[in-house]
Design a binder for this molecule. Structure first.
Ligand SMILES: Nc1nc2c(ncn2[C@@H]2O[C@H](COP(=O)(O)OP(=O)(O)O)[C@@H](O)[C@H]2O)c(=O)[nH]1
Ligand SMILES: [Mg+2]
Length: 321
């Protein structure tokens, strides 16, 4: 009997069941994932990945629906991955009749996956970044990655995106909130959603001014785009801003830009896993407590631990030689 076909081979053939299974492997941290992704790696990098982030309730999911609808009307295939534990992306229900997809399998040009909150948030964000790689290898032209813009773990997702769209909406000092949370810094495109509501124009002019003041030295001028995803207004403008950003990145060196992001992915992923390993349940806490009780200073303890970790690392690289 012939060996069972690998998931990677099935994905290359366009098998959606295999695609779904492989994303589950990413989500569950299955050990088989890495090998399959390695087999698919030559196919990764053809999609344009758009990260959509911003505070809960800003309208990210609504906008993602809209972007998907317009992309489909232009016959571009769309893969969607949403990391939003607070409001799970219901896919079929949300997209609904807009692109006539009660059953999402009806349109082979769309694939939607939402990631449940499982394990650490950092782990979830990494899984989403990996899911994007799989969607990319599968062949979707545009990948939309929705995530809530809170905390360090989001950087994993942002590093996975070619264009980062930050969605804000008027009300409750959201503009100021966003500046505090560093959302402006990560934005390639700023969207003022819910521009049907009062305060939208003010938010837009505040953001435009903030962008001008802060980012004078940047080659890319972050556009501030008004939209009302709830009433299907402004979606084309958002897509146009994304396309302009894409052209900018491509003309200034796509490979180098992606390599920089990959390095950041490794850096963030490693730092987080190292910290989990050191301070998680089987970590060093008890030992540090004992050493503190013995009268050692925090810095002396840290220096000794660092020496141990580096020794382990050099043994590792010796073993590789
Ligand atoms: N007034 C108005 N409401 C909107 C608009 N876009 C989305 N909403 C509503 O805002 C709420 C949050 O939207 P959602 O897309 O789930 O936000 P998310 O948490 O950022 O994904 C929902 O009730 C939407 O119907 C808009 O353009 N105008
Ligand atoms: Mg959402």
């Amino acid at each position: 009997m012939a060996a069972a076909e690998t998931l990677a081979a099935r994905i290359e053939r366009g098998d959606r069941t295999a695609l779904a299974r492989m994303i589950s492997w990413a989500e569950n941290g299955d050990a088989r994932f890495a090998g399959e992704l390695a087999a698919l790696w030559p196919r990764v990098g053809r999609a344009w990945r758009v990260g959509v982030t911003g505070p809960p309730g800003a309208g990210k999911s609504t906008l993602v629906n809209e972007l998907a609808r317009v992309e489909r009307s232009r016959e571009r295939s769309v893969g969607i991955c949403a990391v939003d534990p607070s409001s799970p992306f219901t896919g079929g229900a949300l997209l609904g009749d807009r692109i006539r997809m009660d059953d999402r399998t009806l349109d082979p040009g769309v694939f939607i996956r939402s990631m449940a909150s499982r394990g650490s948030h950092g782990g979830l964000a990494r899984a989403a970044a990996s899911a994007c790689d799989v969607l990319d290898a599968f062949g979707f032209a545009t990948i939309l990655l929705e995530t809530v813009g809170v905390g360090q773990a989001e950087y994993d997702v942002l590093d996975a995106a070619d264009t980062v769209v930050v969605v804000l909406c008027p009300g409750a000092g959201d503009g100021i909130q966003a500046m505090k949370a560093g959302l402006l810094e990560v934005a390639d495109v700023l969207v003022v959603n819910k521009s049907d509501l009062p305060g939208a124009e003010r938010l837009q002019s505040d953001l435009t001014e903030a962008v001008h003041v802060r980012f004078t030295k940047r080659a890319w001028a972050v556009p501030v785009v008004a939209a009302s995803a709830g009433t299907a207004q402004g979606t084309e403008d958002v897509l146009e801003a994304i396309a302009r950003h894409r052209a900018h990145v491509e003309s200034s060196g796509l490979e180098a830009a992606r390599r920089r992001k990959r390095i950041e992915q490794v850096r963030h992923s490693l730092s987080e896993q190292l910290s989990e390993r050191l301070w998680g349940p089987a970590g060093l806490r008890d030992r540090v407590e004992v050493e503190l009780a013995q009268g050692h200073s925090p810095h002396a303890i840290a220096a000794a631990l660092l020496a141990e970790v580096t020794m382990g690392l050099s043994k590792l690289s010796e073993a590789r030689r």
